[in-house]
Write a protein that binds this ligand. Structure first.
Ligand SMILES: O=P(O)(O)OC[C@H]1O[C@H](O[C@H]2O[C@H](CO)[C@@H](O)[C@H](O)[C@H]2O)[C@H](O)[C@@H](O)[C@@H]1O
Length: 274
């Protein structure tokens, strides 16, 4: 077993990981496995374009997919980016930009219509950010959102965040904080919790693996589903990290020490669900 409950928090489900997989095995065909991408399936890198899933992750997801109802990646990345990493896996649904985009089983990317009118605003915002932010800040343009990064220049956290929040106020946009990043998004009601809420309605169980504050809404949606139905098996798993790890672990049932450890954990799960 990998070290679980690193923060020594009490699991909120009465089950430990082995018991939870056994309970899941009973209802595997009606269970959805949800994964965040950055910091969960893939270790953090200074360059957001350079990240790759951790060792064993792709093989484990491929082996798990036929055993469960769905595997879903729920990320702030665009679907096209996720497709480049997971597009070869059958039975995997992709939710990008916090659910503003999705693609089911390798199908076309569907975009939330209410977000589309904001595309020109996002292009202009990204251009302005590149022109006005100090060198060292990284501007990541994602069609329907703009992420402002300071991982390689942590001294810029305060000015970059201040600039981003002021722009969001002026333009009527929303912000989402993350790991050394501020994301600016259209004012459209869509988040990871809403994705989970929709997908688990007719499921009998679900696991959600995440590392960042935006994943806490997904945990809450899973808990709400479990609270409404005592038969539902919902398990929230945090992937530890020094930035948002404590807050996320506090909200989780179990904590895994890293994306690499998650690869091992999922590889064992393949056998537990067999
Ligand atoms: O929802 P997620 O899949 O977890 O995406 C959240 C953000 O992930 C990426 O940024 C983070 O990972 C980068 C690569 O390791 C790292 O350089 C950065 O510091 C992290 O914040 C992505 O680039 C963002 O667009 C996402 O919002």
């Amino acid at each position: 077993m990998p070290p679980l409950n690193l923060g020594n928090q009490q699991p909120r489900t009465p089950l430990d990981a082995d018991q939870a997989w056994r309970a899941t095995a009973d209802r595997a065909a009606r269970t959805v496995l949800f994964f965040d991408f950055d910091g969960t399936l893939a270790p953090v890198d200074d360059d957001p374009t350079a990240v790759q899933p951790a060792p064993k992750v792709l093989a484990a997801l491929e082996a798990l997919a036929p055993a469960v109802r769905r595997i879903a990646i729920v990320s702030a990345r665009p679907v096209d980016f996720l497709r480049a990493h997971f597009g070869t896996l059958a039975g995997v649904d992709l939710y990008g930009l916090y659910g503003l985009e999705h693609s089911h089983s390798g199908g076309d990317t569907v975009t939330e219509p209410a977000a589309l009118p904001w595309m020109p605003t996002m292009v202009e915002l990204a251009d302005r950010a590149r022109a006005e932010l100090p060198p060292g800040a990284l501007v990541e343009y994602k069609r329907l959102s703009v992420a402002l990064h300071w991982r390689t220049a942590p001294q810029l956290a305060e000015p970059v965040e201040r600039w981003g929040r002021a722009q969001a106020d002026q333009l009527g946009l929303r912000v989402q904080g993350g790991r050394m990043v501020l994301e600016i998004k259209p004012p459209v009601d869509r988040d990871k919790g809403m994705v989970i809420d929709e997908v688990v309605r007719d499921a009998a169980g679900a696991w959600y693996f995440g590392d960042d504050v935006s994943d806490i809404k997904a945990f809450a949606a899973l808990r709400a589903r479990a609270d409404a139905d005592p038969q539902f098996v919902g398990v929230c798993v945090a992937v530890a990290n020094p930035e948002t790890g404590h807050e996320v672990a506090e909200a989780a049932d179990l904590t895994i020490e890293s994306p690499a450890a998650l690869g091992d954990f999922l590889t064992r799960a393949v056998h537990q669900l067999a």
